[in-house]
Every structure is written in C-alpha cells, then in structure tokens.
Design a protein around this ligand. Structure first.
Ligand code: SDN
Length: 145
C-alpha cells in the first residue's frame, strides 16, 4: 500500500477506482474493466455461475453475458453505494457495498430496476500503486433464502 496518510485517502482512492471501473463496464470497455483486476483476478457476477478467472477470462465472460443485448440496445448503469472498507493487517482491503443495476431502453424514460446486489470485493494496491480487484463476488437480493 502506498504512503496514504489516512483511511480518508484510502476511501478516496477506492471511490475513484470504482467510479472509473463502473464507467468502463457500463460503456462496454470490457478490456479496460478487466485491467482493473489483478492478473490472477476472479469475478463472479451471478451466484451459481463459475467465477471468471484472469483478465482474458473476465473479458470473455462479459462478452458472453452481453450477447443478450445484441439486438436489444440498452444502457446499463451499475450504481455503487454504501461502501464499507476494512483493511487487513497486510494492507489488503475487504470492501462490501451495494450495487443497483438500472437498464434503460431508447425512448423509454423509466429504467428497469434490478438486480439489487450485495458485492464483496478484495482490493489490493498493485505494484504500480493502482487499486485493483483481486476478487469480486456479487450476490443478488432476489436469490436470498
Ligand atoms: O461488475 C459488477 C456487476 C456486474 O458485472 C453484473 C453483471 O450482470 C454483468 C459489479 C457490481 C455488480 C454487478 C452486478 C451484475 C449483475 C449481473 C446479472 C444481471 O444483471 O442480471
């Protein structure tokens, strides 16, 4: 972890990481999104599905998932909120937060709301000083039991 003076600085760095990361995702820049994960990063966006591993695996999974929108132009936006950050002794960060997916279709003012998600990330400050996801696990509220 770089010499950030306080948890406030760490929160600011993580918030910027999330803002950039989610805008890459929502604009279909999947290679850039995958680059916000470590080289061995793991990503599971839907419970019960196998986690995508490595950056190329994450890109492939996002392309596969988004084929459903090929003939259905949509703007998806993932809204992140309530970010709880807990640093481990070794500087790795556990982040837990809410994510709400809004899907808007051309000419339709009201977006489709959902899924409402709980996200668990493991974040590291990588060798180049950038915040990256070592892993991301997304749970969907409607699948609770
Ligand atoms: O990257 C995320 C995601 C995500 O990629 C999701 C995808 O589809 C691709 C960060 C935080 C939350 C999410 C949530 C989802 C939802 C998931 C399934 C769906 O939209 O039906």
């Amino acid at each position: 972890m770089p010499a950030l003076s306080s948890m406030t600085d760490v929160h600011a760095a993580v918030n910027l990481h999330y803002a950039r990361q989610v805008q890459m995702l929502d604009s279909g820049r999947f290679e850039e999104y995958a680059d916000t994960f470590t080289a061995d990063g793991e990503f599971q966006h839907t419970p019960g599905q196998p986690a995508a591993r490595t950056r190329s695996g994450i890109v492939a999974e996002l392309k596969r998932f988004n084929t459903r929108f090929e003939n259905d132009p949509v703007q998806r936006r993932h809204w992140f909120n309530m970010i709880d950050l807990r640093p481990r002794a070794d500087g790795v960060l556990d982040a837990t937060f809410y994510a709400l997916v809004l899907t808007t279709r051309p000419g339709v003012k009201e977006p489709i709301v959902g899924p409402s998600c709980l996200v668990r990330d493991v974040l590291v400050f990588d060798n180049d000083g950038e915040v990256r996801n070592r892993s991301r696990q997304v749970d969907h509220d409607q699948l609770f039991s």
